[in-house]
Design a protein around this ligand. Structure first.
Ligand code: ARG
Length: 472
């Protein structure tokens, strides 16, 4: 029986790494290989790595640093390596550490000696920074349409429910009636800012580190504008040390992802609450719920609970990278190999949580009668009553607030809502009140009156939906 933990013997010296083997006679110990290897996760970069190598090779040829025969052999060999990996015919081996060395080693097997010329004027330090930026750029580009889809379904449901009245909460206490459409539109706004944060991140990361080499640049007459242009970057990164040392693009992505995940978790929490028997504001269908193996009556909102929970993972990943990077001196340190897994985990998480939320919002049924009945409970139109006293009787707001408080207390004592009080009850507290007050005590009148810009009146909600549709 072999116990891997106690198996820390030296590797066979014949496996001494061929890529820096010049002064390394013995092999790395097994445990060194295992802690050092990143191939299990950075293999995700293979397309970006090969695209970067192609751009570098073409530039070396254009600059006369590589002759055409060698360059063509390299380009042809890279094509073969790429299809071998894409088709699953590629052999990975932890002794070759990472994706950069795997590609080069295989290229050497295929084309021989010219493969050794590809790494001229380049280092794995600028190579990994390049691959990571290219990969993250693609990931951000793929996320944006998913977020737009979520906004789209929120807009559709908001339009459908522009008139549906529900309680609006502060402190999770019924505060004032709002419309369900207005509530959903709040998340459309949050998601617009989330998309903006990812756009900002993409714009800032879109500088090419290639040509920074190990950290100091190179003595070869390279053309960094050429490689930057070929790879779709806006410009080459200005400082070679920053180019290999910076990971703020990854931190910024994780920060934007953490904020997005907090938004998703807040909405998920609302779905969990609303789907409970106690609220019963919405019903979720079979697509996003599970049953209980013991309680036949149950329908559990598992997808919403998991979206709520996965924010924890994303926040943790942001924290992990911040702590890895904190205090690292210029420029590259191997610590930075730990930068990738948090980002991969977050990207994978978002490919689940965003579509899951889109699905749930599209799938939910609003129990509009329950929402509306709840909107009238808890004296939710007390502010409307106070506003009426100010508007119609000219009371100072503080006095109106006090009068309304007395009426709420009276209603509470009588076990009725505000509109269950008689006119005589009201006049006993404030003599000037007339029959007309009852019009503002209904929840529909209450929401319809909130016509201020950004308010919950159905007319405002429809205007907000139209504005968002043309903006998005
Ligand atoms: N696998 C390494 C990483 O992910 C690549 C860069 C290695 N550079 C170095 N100087 N050892 O960070």
């Amino acid at each position: 029986m072999t116990d891997k933990r106690s198996d820390d013997k030296k590797s066979d010296s014949s496996s001494a790494n061929a890529l820096w083997g010049g002064r390394f006679g013995g092999g790395a110990s097994d445990i060194m290989q295992r802690i050092n290897a990143s191939i299990d996760f950075d293999r995700r970069f293979y397309r970006q790595d090969i695209a970067g190598s192609r751009a570098h090779c073409n530039m070396l040829m254009a600059q006369g640093i590589l002759n055409e025969d060698d360059a063509h052999a390299i380009l042809k060999g890279l094509d073969q390596v790429e299809s071998e990996i894409a088709e699953g015919r590629f052999e990975y081996d932890a002794s070759k550490e990472d994706i950069h060395m795997h590609v080069e080693a295989r290229l050497t097997e295929i084309i021989g000696e010219p493969a050794g010329r590809l790494h001229t004027a380049r280092s794995r330090n600028d190579q990994v920074a390049l691959d990571f930026r290219l990969w993250l750029r693609d990931e951000i580009d793929a996320l944006d349409p998913a977020l737009a889809q979520l906004q789209g379904v929120l807009l559709d449901r908001a339009e459908e429910h522009a008139d549906t009245v529900m309680p609006g909460f502060t402190h999770l206490q019924a505060a004032q009636p709002v419309t369900f459409g207005h509530h959903l539109m709040a998340y459309v706004e949050m998601l617009s800012r989330d998309r903006g944060r990812f756009r900002d991140c993409r714009a800032r990361l879109n500088e090419s580190p290639l040509g920074a080499a190990a950290l100091a640049g190179t003595s070869f007459p390279i053309d960094r504008d050429m490689t930057a242009g070929a790879l779709g970057f806006d410009r080459p990164a200005a400082n070679s040390m920053d180019a290999v040392a910076a990971r703020d693009f990854a931190m910024e992505y994780l920060a934007a992802a953490a904020i997005l995940s907090v938004h998703l978790s807040r909405l998920a929490e609302e779905l969990v609450n609303w789907a409970s028997a106690q609220f019963n504001f919405i019903s979720l269908g079979d697509g996003f719920t599970t049953g209980s193996s013991i309680m036949p009556q149950k329908r559990n909102p598992d997808a919403a609970e998991l979206v709520r929970a996965k924010a924890g993972r994303v926040i943790g990943d942001l924290n992990a990278l911040l702590v890895v990077m904190k205090g690292l001196p210029m420029t590259y340190s191997k610590d930075m190999q730990e930068d990738k897994e948090p980002v991969f985990e977050v990207a994978d998480t978002l490919t689940l949580t965003v579509p899951a939320m889109t699905g749930m919002i599209g799938d939910l049924t609003a129990n509009t009668a329950v929402m509306e009945a709840a909107a009238g409970q808890g004296f939710a139109t007390a502010t409307d009553l106070a506003d009426w006293l100010v508007r119609e009787l000219g009371l100072p707001f503080r006095r109106a607030h006090h009068v309304t408080g007395s009426l709420v207390k009276l209603a509470e004592d009588k076990g009725v809502d505000l509109d269950g009080l008689t006119l005589a009850d009201m006049q006993a507290v404030e003599g000037g009140i007339t029959e007309a007050v009852f019009a503002v005590l209904g929840v529909h009148n209450s929401v319809a009156s909130r016509v201020s810009l950004g308010g919950t009146a159905p007319s405002q909600v429809r205007a907000a939906i139209a504005a968002a549709r043309s903006r998005l």
